[in-house]
Design a protein around this ligand. Structure first.
Ligand code: NAP
Ligand code: ZN
Length: 349
């Protein structure tokens, strides 16, 4: 079927309206009418070829929510009308150790929701800035939030799981001091989730103007990271720091704040490397510098259920598809509180 989408024909071209093709649902497929799609900084990195290997046309979008339109003959878990989501994964090998453990995000054969290898035309996956998507039932998530919150649920599918997963893996909870660096789409969810898990949360931002907002999101303290004196006061008190910054920066400034055995987890994925940290900042306190990528399907469902139970959604600004190029420029300036979400009904305009 042919559907409307928004994408780019080259790295230096703006996104524009285009027609794309979706496959007819197979026996295990779910076809989804996309209601909303969040705008992740990864979309911008990919569509502008800041990461290697972007294929064009590129239709980004991996924070997808909507309603089931149709299901294949062997699908029993979903029916038309169900509220569902699709995150960053639309396929994987389904037979490796990672897939067996529900960690499809670490499968070597993981297929991303856009720019991933597929037999569908045009040969790579096309994402959620589109009217419909067809995905194998294994990668479809169930949404338990009220339907009125659907737009604000969309960012949970990437920003939510990408911060939830390291917070869980490194045991954020009562008695733990957790830092969140960079208060953008990911970071604002990191604050909300770490707070809901019961941790003491410190937000690190380069923007003094985000201080009050970070406290309102659930941070117990806010530190402006450009203020050297304020940073020095934070020394050696963190169990965990989740770093979401989308640009290369001095990691030592944050590593020095970890307790013995503390860990800083990088989730931000800048186009060029960070300057190498000082090894002495790591060996002297047995500190860990780690990375984490989104989350597997079972943990993504767990995160959605946790958010529904704790009444957590993203803080969003709803836009039309034609506003996407401006939204990217504003995201680069940090001018978004805290996630743009496309109203996919605007694609037909
Ligand atoms: P975003 O909304 O643009 O937020 C990034 C935040 O980082 C900004 O709001 C800003 O916060 C801070 N920042 C940006 N440039 C900075 C600089 N030069 N120096 C210091 N701080 C800076 O982006 P996002 O959607 O949250 O994504 C963040 C990063 O995570 C991107 O690189 C994205 O590709 C990556 N990502 C990774 C995964 C994964 O699985 N690991 C998943 C999704 C996204 P302040 O104003 O508070 O300083
Ligand atoms: Zn993302």
């Amino acid at each position: 079927m042919s559907v409307k989408a928004y994408g780019a024909h080259a790295a230096d071209k703006p996104l524009e309206s285009m027609d794309i093709t979706r496959r007819t649902p197979g026996a295990h497929d779910v076809q989804i009418d996309i209601a909303y799609c969040g705008v992740c900084h990864s979309d911008l990195h990919q569509v502008r070829a800041e990461w290697a290997g972007t294929q064009y046309p590129c239709v980004p979008g991996h924070e997808i929510v909507g309603k089931v339109a149709a299901v294949g003959a062997h699908v029993s878990g979903f029916k038309p009308g169900d509220l569902v989501g699709i995150g960053c994964i639309v396929d994987s090998c389904k037979q490796c150790e990672d897939c067996d453990e529900g960690l499809e995000n670490y499968c070597d054969g993981m297929v991303g929701t856009y720019n991933g290898a597929t037999e569908d035309a045009p040969g790579w996956t096309l994402g959620g800035y589109s009217q419909e998507i067809v995905v194998h039932e294994r990668y479809v998530l169930r949404i338990g939030h009220p339907e009125q919150q659907l737009a604000a649920v969309a960012p949970l599918l990437c920003a939510g799981i990408t911060t939830y997963s390291p917070l869980r893996h490194w045991n954020a909870g009562p008695g733990k001091t957790v830092g969140v660096v960079g208060i953008g789409g990911l970071g604002h969810m990191g604050i909300k989730l770490a707070h809901a898990m019961g941790a003491h949360v410190v937000a690190f931002t380069t923007s003094e103007s985000k201080r009050e907002a970070a406290l309102a999101l659930g941070a117990d303290e806010v530190v402006v990271s450009r203020d050297a004196a304020a940073m020095a006061e934070q020394g050696k008190r963190f169990d965990l720091i989740v770093n979401t910054v989308a640009a290369p920066h001095d990691l030592d400034a944050f590593l020095a704040l970890l307790k013995r055995d503390g860990a800083m987890v990088l989730v931000g994925a800048p186009a060029t490397p960070h300057p190498s940290p000082n090894v002495f900042n790591m060996i002297t306190k047995r500190r860990t510098l780690a990375g984490s990528m989104i989350g597997g399907i079972p943990e993504t469902q767990e995160m959605l259920d946790f958010c529904a139970k704790h009444h957590l959604v993203a803080d969003i600004e709803l836009i039309t598809a034609s506003e996407i190029n401006d939204a990217y420029e504003r995201m680069l300036k940090g001018d978004v509180k805290y996630r743009f979400v496309i109203d996919n009904a605007s694609l037909s305009a």
